[in-house]
Write a protein that binds this ligand. Structure first.
Ligand code: KIV
Length: 288
């Protein structure tokens, strides 16, 4: 059995130059695969809005949805470091909201950390959650919850002005007490610079290789989500194809009477003649 990592293990990995690997998923079944594979961390992300619920973005995701999925993930991966993703609206209005909702993740879903999006603008929320004794993962760069104000899911930090904003966000998140930082959708140079300058673990998604580890969505990397695949995704499996083919075979077998076969049936216990007698006796009740 794998021993669950702690935040100190993540720092040790950074110190030793060992990359941390995390994956985004939302249910118990896939969580158990991740744990069996030896994943360092699982993020139960608000991308569930698109992958599980079919929305166009993450904004409709609520705390109740996030908690329910996180609980499933924890049951499937009891020994893997689990991060709960604070959804849009769960921490924006006040520091009280931020702390209350982070506490919900810890109490109801047994998480090891919470993640929230934003830099300078949410530094007070990061500080409040951290001061309440919880671990915060920051998330800056392309932040899907604010895609409306970014004009879509657009890479950040590609110009010097934009890179300055990303770096200012990184500094704000670190100074507010976040224990790690995730950079999404930024050029490798920007990620490498932030990684070089900050003492906390810096992870990337669509941010190049020069950081302390990578995260990716299971739905993207295992080929489950067909609507859109970001440029930075490497596909390690083709689950959509395998699942569709399996369903086609199932439909065919049922239509042709091939399934269920003898090995899928329950046998009667006792004498077949007794069953025939019972069926004959019961026949009249269907006619009444
Ligand atoms: O919800 C999510 O999938 C995320 C990843 C993009 C890191 O936040």
């Amino acid at each position: 059995m794998t021993k669950k990592k702690s935040i100190l293990d993540l720092y040790k990995m950074k110190e030793n130059g060992e990359k941390a690997v995390w994956i985004v998923l939302y249910d118990s079944c896939y969580a158990s695969y991740a744990e069996e594979a030896g994943m360092d961390m699982i993020l139960c992300g608000d991308s569930m809005g698109m992958i599980v619920y079919g929305h166009n973005g993450t904004v409709p995701v609520t705390m109740d949805m996030s908690i329910a999925h996180c609980q499933g993930v924890r049951r499937g991966a009891p020994n893997t470091y689990l991060i709960g993703d604070l959804p849009f609206g769960a921490y924006h209005a006040s520091t009280e909201d931020a702390v209350r909702n982070a506490v919900r993740f810890y109490k109801e879903a047994d998480v090891d950390a919470v993640k929230l999006e934003g830099g300078v603008a949410v530094a007070d929320k990061i500080k409040a959650i951290t001061e309440a004794g919880m671990v915060v993962f920051g998330h800056i760069g392309l932040t899907p919850q604010s895609s409306a104000s970014m004009g879509g899911f657009k890479a950040q930090g590609r110009t010097t002005d934009s890179a300055r904003a990303v770096i200012e966000d990184a500094i704000a998140v670190y100074k507010a007490g976040a224990r790690t930082l995730l950079l999404e959708g930024v050029p490798e140079e920007v990620c490498a610079y932030v990684h070089k300058m900050l003492p906390i673990p810096v992870y990337g998604i669509g941010a190049g290789v020069e950081c302390d580890g990578q995260v990716i969505l299971a739905a993207d990397s295992l080929g489950m989500y067909k609507n859109f695949t970001p440029k930075f995704v490497k596909k390690y499996a083709s689950i959509a194809e395998v699942a569709t083919k399996g369903m086609e075979d199932y439909i065919k077998d049922v239509k042709e009477g091939v399934f269920p076969g003898p090995e899928h049936k329950y046998k009667i216990s006792g004498d077949k003649g007794e069953f025939d007698k019972l069926f004959a006796e019961m026949e009249q009740y269907f006619k009444d």
